[in-house]
Design a protein around this ligand. Structure first.
Ligand code: 2P0
Length: 329
């Protein structure tokens, strides 16, 4: 018999000022702060049940024994150490979005796992502490602990001393009703995992430091634009920051290129929308899919325009979504 399980649901987030690069790998501490919007689609639902009689953790993702289970097990070890409880766990996770295609599946995945595992093992964590725990699983996961617009503070110290200062929290926003329109060009797994790509960018790209420095400025300006409800400036900063991040990767050795011909075709379409007077700006994560920020009222028009691009397989409109939630069961 297994002990009581806990189920958590978390949503992906898309960063408008990106996280790209760690200053401390072991503690998951980033070089720069970042700011994202949590989506209201593609949730991950994860159940964790401590299994006192079991010999090892069992991890099932989307109905199959998981390939990425080593990372999940390491995370469970962390939770067991914090809770001072040794028993293995049964973990079952279902992801409603395309996994590992650059659509923040690890963010929703580790936010849900952190919430479910912490609760199942009896840890009582507030939102900030939960975000710090989720960060240890996957950096961007700390932002999916909260709904709406969320800033992940980089913090300053390294090692255990840096842990307390690197957390996520919701940021105040003015009267904006944004939407993010996701243009899926490819749902396959990415060629270079983002963790490895970050390492290579830091180690070899001459553009990295310049991007990291300008990112601080982007973050300050983004916070202020969000507070003022100035969606045009929010979009301009987001597109600038994302393209700069991809520039750092293109200048790495060997180059890392997530952008595909389809990504560029979507960027062209976004530029056409703007030329036609529609407020629309693009951001792109570690994959070829493009996410377009626009006003909620313009989302149907933007979605239709993106759907017209040949290489776009599907289009999804997302609004601001909720933070992670747990339920017994
Ligand atoms: C972000 N990305 O801010 C950036 C933009 C992708 C591009 O966070 O190594 O899966 O687990 O901390 O969080 C993807 O990186 O990396 C990511 P790890 P993660 O959303």
């Amino acid at each position: 018999m297994t002990a009581a399980g806990v189920t958590a649901v978390a949503y992906p987030n898309i960063a408008l000022v990106k996280y790209w690069g760690k200053r401390d790998e072991q503690w998951g501490l980033p070089v720069t702060g970042s700011l994202s919007m949590t989506l209201d689609c593609f949730p991950t639902t994860t159940r964790v049940a401590p299994a006192p009689g079991a010999r090892a953790d069992r991890v099932i993702i989307n109905g199959q024994t998981a390939e990425g289970a080593a990372r999940v097990r390491r995370f469970l070890d962390l939770v067991r150490t914090l809770a001072d409880r040794p028993e293995p766990a049964m973990v079952e996770s279902v992801n409603a979005g395309p996994t590992a295609a650059g659509l923040a599946s690890s963010a929703a995945g580790f936010a849900a796992l952190a919430a479910a595992a912490a609760s199942a093992y009896g840890l009582r964590l507030d939102g900030r502490a939960l975000s710090r725990l989720a960060r240890r699983g996957s950096g961007s996961a700390c932002r999916s602990v909260f709904g709406g617009f969320v800033q992940w503070h980089a913090g300053t110290a390294d090692g255990p001393a840096g842990d307390a200062g690197s957390y996520a929290e919701p940021v105040p926003v003015g009267a904006v009703e944004p939407a993010l329109v996701v243009a899926m060009t490819d749902t396959g797994s990415k060629a270079v995992p983002s963790r490895e790509a970050m390492r290579r960018t830091l180690a070899t790209s001459p553009l990295y430091r310049a991007w990291a420095e300008s990112s601080q400025d982007d973050l300050c300006r983004l916070r202020s634009a969000l507070r003022q409800g100035d969606l045009g400036t929010v979009g301009e900063i987001a597109e600038h920051n994302a393209l700069g991040m991809h520039a750092t990767m293109l200048a790495a050795r060997p180059a890392i290129r997530y952008l595909s011909g389809a990504s560029l075709a979507v960027l062209d379409q976004v530029a056409s929308l703007r030329a036609g007077g529609v407020l629309a700006y693009a951001t792109i994560d570690a994959g070829p899919n493009v996410v377009v920020l626009c006003a909620r009222d313009d989302a149907p028009r933007v979605a239709a325009a993106l759907g017209e691009v040949d290489q776009v397989r599907s289009v999804h409109v997302a609004g601001p979504g909720p933070g992670v939630a747990i339920r017994q069961g």
